[in-house]
Design a protein around this ligand. Structure first.
Ligand code: GLN
Length: 575
């Protein structure tokens, strides 16, 4: 017995056998298909881009697609991860702090995701240990197999039920052979055994080396990586070969022979100028059609076509990628930040600027500004000379803070377009209070607990939480927009939803004073006196947001604030 019959016999059966696998109520075996994406040879190959691109092609064919990312580390979520080591912490609407790959999924699928789309090793173990204390394992010894793997399969099946997905796309983080993701891979092998081979398929993203001294591509590392996967009992059906240039026919053939995968499904995926070209490449290689056939989804595709639910996404991505990579006027935008060496820390900002630039026919090139070296206004003027715009992004901790304040001062007085994101919003409040409200002692209590004027202070709800750690005002919240302001003109609405991740806010006690001096708070929380957008009338573009608009910008829908910031940069005279 295997596949759906096995599953059906297990649901609700006694625990007195070796086939422990918790099947959530309401699960229909065979209703949902699974595409599992793994990586071999090295990490950082863009498995997330591959998985989300393929997912987006299948979604465009009318299928309901639900993505999920497995991360092997023992953190329960990404909230405590240092972006310098791990890339940006992405925040979902429900407040989940997660891996930046979830940002790719949201951008490619143009959908909001939730905690159901993200699972870390830490969360799996926390749940298993909790169940053990609860006595849920009925006296059995608790083991990696079947209990840890059972928890993972159960998570997927719950996602299948709640999303109603035709296809769940699972990305297993890390590289085949890592201890960290071994139990996730084992769970996926078991899933295929239980669900039947026709309902679960694997794709492996591997890497083809080209040592400079040899000048030719070598497939050996890829072969060994795929063999490691096969030794775990997993037979890939698709192999995507990342490489720095087009993958040669002979390398694809060698990999095919080694891995039992027909050469038509061993696909080259060379570096591209834009990630948004990947869906086009996968479509041209026929991987969407192959996946549809391998998983037996043809009928559902036909049914969707009959209902007119398909759209020509390939043409959209092609046009979008052409706009991004085509010749365009270049704008220089300075970005101040702590993690200046690591582009991944600012992935969503870079994406949001690309989305806006594509629509406006310009390319934004970033000038990273290390603010610890700026000192005061003179340093800022030197570092920012000739830029079209300035972004002060989110951040934590006091490092370089005076330099950031000086940069905002430069933007304000030299009328350079300015966008302050979260910490950047708070820095703008400090700068304005110090230099336009005659409060030289103004600061944030994040950086100066004994500041004379605490113009940025802990949120009241955070004061209650102090000492608990790891708690922030997180996720999607409503923002009321003041009619007649620039924010109102840009959004064209009086209430918008944006995503937050912060502990501090503009101190309500100083709002009146600051507004009297000219700064306008044009966005507020509906039910608290929390300021969420600021703007400076008479300046070409001076906007700060307590939220992170970059998190919700999508290729098809550039964020209005980024769009208008980039437009102001484009129109800046004299730069
Ligand atoms: N450190 C600031 C706060 O906690 C800003 C946070 C951020 O930029 N994400 O409020």
């Amino acid at each position: 017995m295997a596949g759906p019959e096995l599953l059906a016999s297990l649901a609700g059966a006694s625990q007195d056998h070796e086939f422990y696998t918790p099947i959530p109520q309401g699960y229909t075996p065979g209703r949902t298909k699974y595409l599992v994406v793994t990586g071999s040879v090295i990490s950082g190959l863009g498995k997330g881009i591959f998985a989300s691109s393929l997912g987006s092609l299948l979604q465009a064919r009318g299928l309901v697609v639900a993505p999920v990312k497995f991360d092997g580390y023992l953190n329960q979520d990404a909230g405590t991860l240092n972006p310098y080591r791990h890339g940006e912490v992405f925040v979902l609407d429900d407040g989940t702090e997660c891996d930046m790959d979830l940002g790719s999924y949201e951008r490619f699928l143009d959908r909001d995701l939730s905690a159901l789309n993200y699972l870390t090793g830490g969360r799996v173990f926390a749940q298993v240990l909790q169940r053990e204390r609860h006595g849920d394992y009925l006296g059995r010894d608790v083991q990696f197999i079947p209990h840890v793997t059972g928890e993972i399969k159960s998570f997927l099946r719950k996602l299948a039920i709640s999303s109603g997905a035709d296809l769940v796309v699972v990305e297993v983080g890390g590289t085949v052979g890592d201890i960290e993701n071994g139990y996730f891979l084992e769970a996926m092998r078991e899933l295929q055994y239980e669900e039947d081979g026709r309902n679960v398929m694997f794709a492996n993203v591997t890497y083809v080396l080209r040592p400079r001294a040899l000048g030719e591509q070598k497939s050996k590392a890829a072969q060994l990586g795929i063999r490691t996967l096969m030794a775990l009992g997993i037979q890939p059906a698709i192999i995507a070969c990342r490489a720095d240039e087009p993958v040669s026919e002979s390398v694809r053939e060698k990999i095919s022979i080694y891995s039992n995968v027909p050469v038509s499904r061993v696909v080259g995926l060379p570096d591209t100028e834009s990630i948004y070209r990947v869906p086009v490449i996968l479509h041209e290689a026929g991987l969407d059609e192959e996946t549809i056939d391998l998983l037996g989804l043809r009928d559902r595709i036909n049914a969707a076509a009959a209902r007119g639910k398909q759209n020509d996404l390939v043409a959209f991505w092609e046009d979008f990628a052409n706009r991004i990579t085509g010749p365009r006027r270049e704008l220089r935008v300075a970005i101040t930040g702590k993690y200046t060496e690591v582009r991944d820390s600012y992935a969503s900002i870079i994406n949001a600027l690309e989305h806006a630039g594509a629509g406006l026919g310009v390319r934004v090139s970033l000038r990273w500004v290390e603010t610890t070296e700026i000192g005061g206004p003179d340093g800022a003027a030197k570092a920012l000379e000739g830029v079209h715009g300035i972004i002060v992004p989110g951040g934590f901790g006091s490092r370089g803070i005076e330099g950031k304040i000086a940069c905002v001062g430069y933007a304000r007085t030299h009328k350079v377009p300015f966008l302050g994101l979260c910490l950047g919003f708070q820095v703008a409040v400090i700068e304005y209070a110090r230099n336009c409200c005659n409060l030289p002692g103004a600061h944030s209590t994040e950086f100066a607990l004994d500041a004379v004027h605490k113009v940025v202070d802990l949120l009241p709800e955070q004061k209650k939480l102090e000492g608990l750690g790891g708690n922030m005002r997180l996720g999607g919240r409503w923002v009321d927009i003041k009619p007649g302001t620039k924010a109102h003109e840009l959004y064209g609405r009086e209430r918008v939803r944006e995503r937050f991740r912060h502990r501090y806010e503009a101190n309500p006690e100083y709002i009146e004073l600051v507004e009297r001096a000219g700064l306008v708070f044009s966005g507020k929380a509906p039910d608290h006196p929390i300021m969420q957008i600021l703007e400076l009338p008479g300046h070409p573009f001076f906007v700060g947001t307590q939220f992170h608009p970059e998190l919700i910008s999508r290729p098809a829908r550039p964020h209005p604030l980024f769009h208008s910031f980039v437009r102001a940069c484009r129109d800046r005279e004299g730069a």
